[in-house]
Design a protein around this ligand. Sequence first.
Ligand code: AMP
Length: 208
Amino acid sequence: MGSIVLFGPPGAGKGTQAANIMRETGLPQVSTGDMLRAAIKAGSSIGLEAKAYMDRGALVPDDVILGLIQGRLLEDDAKNGVMFDGFPRTIPQAEALADLTTITHVLAIEVPDERIVERICGRVSCGACGAVYHDVFNNVPSSGCPCGTFIEKRRADDNESTVQNRLHAYHEQTSPLAAWYQERGVFHAVNGDRDINAVSQDLLGLLN
Ligand code: AMP
């Protein structure tokens, strides 16, 4: 059994789709963004170092990210593979990852740049359960979040000026990974500019 990579620009819906894939495959989600936000909240030295990069929408240095991943993959629940979300984001990260686990599928969720800003700027999540919603495209149900305690959370970097930098970092540093994984025969892309369920169906179809 190997690991899956969810790939795509910021705001493509990786976190949203991760929940479905996790349910279907049983693989735990490993989101470097979530790990970094947890480190910031905990006030750790990694969090302190990462925050300055994240606040301006730049990538955190590879050695910091790889340190986090190495530790995470040693945990018990990772031994049959994991589902990476937001990692790898550079070629050196992908090269290092190849020595740590076998990647069986890279699932790319494609969304054009002009749709990203509106997607990211209306994003909201539940601080209690982590479910991701959107002010316009995916409202919190009128009956509340299914977890029972909706705590509205918005990310500090989900604003228009930071989004442009995050998109720039994606095109410059991360998108070359598509060809890198294509060469290795594990890359699959779906059109992410559609209804959440349609995207889910395509992604699960690629895994079966
Ligand atoms: P995300 O939650 O995936 O959108 O990540 C939020 C921010 O965390 C990014 O804009 C980066 O600053 C940082 N980050 C997350 N994952 C990585 C990674 N694999 N490599 C470098 N920086 C990362």
